[in-house]
Design a protein around this ligand. Structure first.
Ligand SMILES: CC(C)(COP(=O)(O)OP(=O)(O)OC[C@H]1O[C@@H](n2cnc3c(N)ncnc32)[C@H](O)[C@@H]1OP(=O)(O)O)[C@@H](O)C(=O)NCCC(=O)NCCS
Length: 176
C-alpha cells in the first residue's frame, strides 16, 4: 500500500473513497468544501492506493484555539475513510500515522478528532474536554471529542475553545 499527498487530479478518487466508506454524499461534500476553503489551510489530504486503486483517504485541516494564553498550531482530522472491502487491514491506522508525522514536521502541536471512542485511542488520542480543550459545538457523548498531542508537555498547559474551518463550522458535522 502506498500513501501519497492527494493532488487536484486525485479529486474524483478522493470523493469516491468518501462515498463508498460512508455510503452517502455528506462526507464527500465536506471534503470538497474544505479543499476550497482558505480558512482550512494549511491542510493535508492523504490518499492510500493499493495496486493503483484508491482505498483510503484522510483529511487534516487547520484549526485555532480561542481563549488561550498558549499559542499552539492545531489541526482537525476529518474525515477518515477506508472503502468497505479494505477495512480492518490497518489502512486507517497507517493514514493517521502518516498524517501526524507530517503535521509534526510542520510544527503542529495538537490534532483533534470527533470519532469512535473505541478506535482513536489506539492511535494516541485521548478525551479532549477533560484537558480543557473545548469542541466547536457541544458533543454527545463527550468522549468522542479527542486530542492527540504531537509534542510532550502540551496537554494540561494548553486550554481553550477550538475554532474549525468555516466549511466545517456547521452543527450537522458535529454529531457523533
Ligand atoms: C473507521 C475506519 C476509518 C477504520 O479504518 P480501518 O482501515 O478499517 O481500520 P484499521 O484497520 O486501521 O483498524 C482496525 C481496528 O479498528 C477498530 N475499528 C475499525 N472500525 C471501527 C469502527 N467503526 N468502530 C470502532 N472500532 C473500529 C477495530 O478494533 C479494528 O480492529 P479489529 O479488526 O481487530 O477488530 C473505517 O472502518 C471506515 O472508513 N469506516 C467507515 C467510515 C467511518 O466511520 N470513518 C470514521 C469516522 S470517525
Amino acid at each position: 500500500m502506498q500513501v501519497v499527498e492527494a493532488s487536484d487530479s486525485d479529486l474524483e478518487d478522493v470523493l469516491l473513497v468518501e462515498r463508498l466508506a460512508f455510503g452517502g454524499e455528506e462526507e464527500a461534500g465536506l471534503v470538497r468544501d474544505l479543499l476550497d476553503d482558505p480558512s482550512a489551510r494549511p491542510l493535508l489530504s492523504l490518499l492510500a492506493r493499493q495496486d493503483g486503486r484508491a482505498v483510503g483517504h484522510v483529511l487534516f485541516t487547520a484549526a485555532r484555539l480561542e481563549d488561550t494564553s498558549h499559542d499552539v498550531a492545531t489541526s482537525i482530522l476529518a474525515p477518515l475513510a477506508v472503502i468497505p472491502d479494505c477495512q480492518r487491514a490497518g489502512i486507517g491506522g497507517r493514514l493517521i500515522e502518516h498524517g501526524v508525522e507530517r503535521l509534526a514536521e510542520w510544527g503542529v502541536g495538537l490534532v483533534f478528532v470527533l470519532g469512535h471512542p473505541s478506535y482513536y485511542p489506539s492511535h494516541g488520542f485521548e478525551p479532549a474536554t477533560p484537558n480543557g480543550l473545548v469542541a466547536p459545538y457541544p458533543i454527545s457523548p463527550d468522549e468522542a471529542w479527542m486530542v492527540r498531542p504531537l509534542r510532550p508537555g502540551l496537554l494540561g498547559k494548553t486550554q481553550g475553545r477550538v475554532v474549525c474551518a468555516v466549511a466545517m463550522n456547521r452543527p450537522e458535522y458535529w454529531r457523533e
